[in-house]
Design a protein around this ligand. Structure first.
Ligand SMILES: Cc1cc2nc3c(=O)[nH]c(=O)nc-3n(C[C@H](O)[C@H](O)[C@H](O)COP(=O)(O)OP(=O)(O)OC[C@H]3O[C@@H](n4cnc5c(N)ncnc54)[C@H](O)[C@@H]3O)c2cc1C
Ligand code: FES
Length: 254
């Protein structure tokens, strides 16, 4: 984990209210594992950094996706090309695949698709099938990114493009045929709940990347506590920043 200064190569709105920002460092980045995140210094009146998944990475640069939801992300959206920003990275455990996980199903909802595009970079020797869901045609992102590493099924809630319906419901229709070894998912809480039901019914293991509120990002403040069930059934609080953000879906109390 390193605190680095980056130059903003570009910060552009890719769909309404969602920005893609590429940050470049003058020194090589520490090794990054799929599903890890970074903590971006916002500046101004915002003392706490804001966490964002690493959407793409190479030796010197990363790309993040920022949905504007409040004051901090509004400020990030105004960052101009060429500005300097500071970020700590990489943070968290990320997605870990077992040797037996050969056929991987990526299940993403909206901005939650962002961390899933790094999985095939860390594990290039697996087969990928992606189900990605968005509200409507004008909010679709990342389609060509997912298509690069495997079959991709695009869904929209209103059917304006791709298959109509919630991405988890469309996947439910197909899952017996796909027979994935594991599901990796990230998205809204209702989507994760639906994915948890599907995983339980089909007995296909699933791992989710969660987006709890964060403070320090290094395990010291407990702001990011989330309830996770242990093997003995007991619920314990885990720190999403250092114990997660990826957890086994059936263990998380959503
Ligand atoms: C590990 C991790 C990875 C993340 N990756 C991404 C990403 O790739 N892209 C992205 O757009 N966002 C991501 N988020 C969420 C992002 O960090 C928050 O949206 C952001 O911090 C909100 O800052 P703000 O100052 O704009 O909003 P605030 O003013 O702090 O809050 C505005 C609204 O956003 C909600 N909110 C605040 N923090 C979070 C949060 N962590 N998760 C969900 N809702 C929140 C609040 O409840 C409130 O409704 C991630 C969060 C975590 C923990
Ligand atoms: S954000 Fe402080 S302990 Fe996780």
């Amino acid at each position: 984990m390193k605190d680095l200064e980056f130059t903003v190569e570009y910060n552009r709105e890719i769909v309404r209210g969602v920005f893609e920002m590429r940050l470049v460092s003058s020194e090589p980045l520490p090794p990054i594992h799929c599903g890890q995140f970074m903590h971006l210094k916002v500046g101004g009146e915002f003392l706490l950094r804001r966490p964002f998944c690493i959407h793409k990475f190479d030796e010197y640069g990363i790309t993040i996706i920022v949905a504007v939801v409040g004051g901090g992300t509004r400020r990030i959206a105004r960052i101009k090309d060429g500005e300097k920003v500071k970020a700590v990275l990489p943070i968290g455990n990320g997605f870990t695949l077992g040797e037996n996980h050969r056929r991987i199903l990526l299940l993403g909802g909206g901005v939650g698709c962002a961390p899933l595009t790094t999985v095939a970079v860390t594990y290039p020797d697996r087969e990928y099938i992606s189900y990605i869901g968005f509200a409507t045609k004008s909010s679709v992102m990342f389609l060509s990114d997912f298509e690069k590493f495997g079959k991709t099924v695009l869904c929209t809630d209103d059917g304006t493009v791709g298959r109509k319906g919630y991405v988890t419901e469309v996947l439910r229709e197909d899952i017996a045929e796909i027979k994935p070894d594991v599901i990796l998912t990230c998205g809204s809480t209702p989507m994760l709940k639906a994915a948890a039901r599907l995983s339980l019914e089909t007995k296909i293991p699933a791992y989710m990347s969660g987006e709890t509120r964060m403070g320090c990002g290094v395990g010291a403040c407990l702001v990011c506590a989330c309830a996770v069930r242990e093997k003995n059934g007991e619920a314990v609080n885990k720190r999403a920043c250092v114990d997660g953000p990826v957890f086994r879906l059936e263990d998380v109390i959503l």
